[in-house]
Design a binder for this molecule. Structure first.
Ligand SMILES: [Zn+2]
Length: 478
């Protein structure tokens, strides 16, 4: 069967998929293939396409490390049931200065602290969420002195979707501070021979984790030239952008649940208990999703914005946008178009979760800041989730976002809490949506027994390609 990469994916996957290697591919889409696009007569009449849920992992058939239950970072399974436990030996790059109190999904207080490890198998460091008493002395002992490295062995870790791909301690986890054995010794000698590279990686990690100075504005072209192997999952960049070509048909305005945004047929004014979020006292309110290209003159990124962001961009209420859309009021939209074209705003972008999962680099919007038209200080887009992706994926018609997609869980709390990053308030309603959401900043979920399996299945994808290039239905790579 033929596999096909589209647009940016061709570049993005360049280092992630190599000729003659064996990969386990999970969550790829299989679609019928038109005969004219067949490259191999004996191949199946189907093709495999990749989206933001797709996991591509190298299968190293000569590797026997699985037998002894020790896993180099790159071999840890990205697609798993989250109940399996793994042992890791790694080099400590970073330890969060202090433990933090966080609320778990069950609204209980928990203590967590992040440590970051690396080993010989990857350029992408592994983040580990360390919980409860392990977050204290065991972590403090690991705080690295710059330029000096040490190994640690962690027993009984689980994999997690936090930050795309990371690990989390379990109730059985044990820290071994002076690991011995063949794996630990070979990693220690690798560490001795790679001090310079490790120092550089650590410096990059520190600059992302503990940024100094003001936030500088970057350019899309500069981000595009970055490679996955020198990008870090937590890095963020600010861009000054406009929307040069807003298109009316890319506005999707509908009535949805006031709590979770799920499309609703209940008439406005009546309260109901929502089937999707199970919250009582929901009402139907106007919701707006809008997909467009943001540009800073050096390049562009595709971005899908949700209700609150759109209200700020359009300088209109969701109700007015709804009205404009459903009365085909192109005249009003022309004025909006002009506004979007002329007024710049700031977006914060970072790597999509695919960096830690597949080691591929795609930039997605994490946060939007729009200056008020009254000249007030900029409002930080807060409680609403934003999502975006670079123009990847493909042009297959069936991959268009379905019209009932909606993510406006917090649209009612417009700008209520300006300190909350836009992506943090992610809830299970994402699972019902068809819009790509980057899960990089999902709130940490504390494991308790198997309870950490209730993570939102958030990365539902289906995003339309950057342009409807006329004449290229289900375009095939040339
Ligand atoms: Zn709801």
């Amino acid at each position: 069967m033929c596999g096909a990469l589209f647009y940016d994916q061709v570049v993005v996957y360049e280092d992630a998929i190599k000729h003659n290697k064996i990969y386990e591919i999970t969550n790829a889409r299989i679609t019928p293939l038109k005969p004219e696009y067949k490259t191999n007569e004996s191949g199946l009449d189907y093709q495999m396409t990749f989206n933001n849920r797709t996991i591509v992992q190298l299968v190293d058939i000569d590797d026997d490390s699985a037998v002894i239950n020790y896993h180099p970072i790159s071999h840890l399974p990205r697609a798993t049931d989250y109940s399996e436990m793994f042992d890791n030996v790694g080099i400590v790059l970073f330890v969060e200065e202090h433990s933090r109190q966080v609320k778990t999904s069950k609204n209980k207080e928990a203590t967590v602290r992040e440590i970051v490890l690396i080993d010989h198998s990857t350029t992408q460091p592994l983040s580990i969420s360390v919980w409860d008493e392990l977050a204290e002395d065991d972590c403090t002992m690991l705080i690295p002195t710059p330029g000096k490295f040490r190994t640690v062995r962690l027993i009984a870790l689980r994999v997690s979707k936090h930050k795309g791909f990371s690990m989390t301690t379990s109730t059985s986890t044990v820290f071994i501070h002076s690991p011995t054995g063949e794996n630990a010794e070979s990693l220690a000698s690798w560490m001795t021979n790679h001090q310079t590279a490790l120092t550089q990686l650590q410096a990059r990690l520190f600059s992302v984790k503990l940024p100094l100075g003001a936030e500088r504005t970057n350019k899309i072209s500069a981000l595009r030239s970055k490679k996955a192997k020198t990008a870090l999952q937590d890095e963020r960049h600010w861009l000054d952008v406009t929307i040069p070509n807003a298109e009316f048909h890319k506005i999707n305005a509908y009535m949805g649940c006031s709590k979770c945004g799920k499309r609703s047929s209940i008439p406005p004014g009546r309260t109901y208990t929502c089937d999707t979020c199970s919250e009582p006292d929901c009402t139907s309110v106007p919701k707006v999703t809008f997909t467009f290209e943001i540009s800073d003159g050096t390049g562009s990124l595709l971005f899908t914005a949700f209700t609150t962001t759109n209200e700020n961009l359009f300088r209109m209420s969701a109700a007015d946008i709804f009205q404009m859309k459903h009365t085909d009021d192109e005249q009003t939209f022309t004025a909006v178009q002009e506004l979007l074209h002329l007024n710049s705003f700031r977006v914060q972008v970072g790597p999509a979760a695919a960096l830690s999962i597949n080691n591929i680099l795609q930039w997605v919007v994490k946060q939007v800041v729009i200056d008020g038209d009254d000249g007030n200080a900029s409002k930080k887009e807060a409680t609403e989730k934003v999502s975006a992706q670079t123009e990847t994926v493909n042009t297959s018609k069936e991959l268009q976002p379905k019209s009932d997609s909606s993510l406006n869980h917090h649209a009612g709390n417009k700008l209520a809490n300006p300190t909350v990053p836009a992506t943090e308030a992610v809830t299970n309603d994402l699972a019902a949506s068809n819009v790509f959401v980057d899960t990089t900043n999902l709130a940490e979920t504390k494991p308790s027994g198997n309870a950490d399996m209730d993570l939102p299945l958030a990365q539902l994808t289906k995003k339309k390609a950057k342009k409807d290039k006329a004449g290229s239905p289900s375009a095939h790579p040339s």
